[in-house]
Design a protein around this ligand. Structure first.
Ligand SMILES: [Zn+2]
Length: 148
């Protein structure tokens, strides 16, 4: 790993490992060996979108022994804890996004690749009224692309 240290927001230098550990603790997740290993793969490589299969393959490349089912469970636990955002692109495929604030995505149907839409480029002209007893908690925008 070429990046040994990262600066946290308050200017204190922390090792990435410590940061990931702190993220898990803050999220109320026990930092098991597998969770830590998967969290490091997820959060120490910049902003990214991964499927469970992609992360499982990365874990195997890094000789981390973990089943695909555990990768699925861990991704869902991280999502529930607010560390990831799930983007469902079709009924058989979800991406997990390390960028958790609301933003839109381009989905390349040919390649299956997911890409962030740069901020401020999606404007919704009108919003539906939320059904009674509910409120809108978020909007997922996925713009589907094919080759022109
Ligand atoms: Zn994204």
């Amino acid at each position: 790993m070429f990046k040994q240290y990262v600066a946290s927001l308050n200017g204190v230098i922390m090792r990435p490992y410590a940061q990931v550990l702190e993220q898990l603790r803050t999220a109320g997740l026990r930092p098991t060996r597998q969770r830590l290993a998967l969290a490091r793969l997820l959060f120490e490589n910049g902003a990214r979108h991964v499927t469970a299969e992609m992360l499982h393959a990365e874990a195997q490349d890094a000789t981390i022994k973990v089943s695909l089912a555990t990768v699925y469970n861990t991704l869902h636990q991280f999502t529930e804890a607010g560390l990831l955002r799930e983007i469902v692109v079709d009924p058989t495929r979800s991406y997990f996004d390390t960028t958790t604030h609301e933003h839109g995505h381009f989905f390349h149907e040919g390649t299956g690749q997911l890409q962030d839409i740069p901020g401020g480029q999606v404007h919704l002209a009108a919003m539906p009224n939320a059904p009674e007893g509910t409120k809108i908690s978020g909007i997922d925008v996925v713009v589907r692309l094919t080759a022109s």
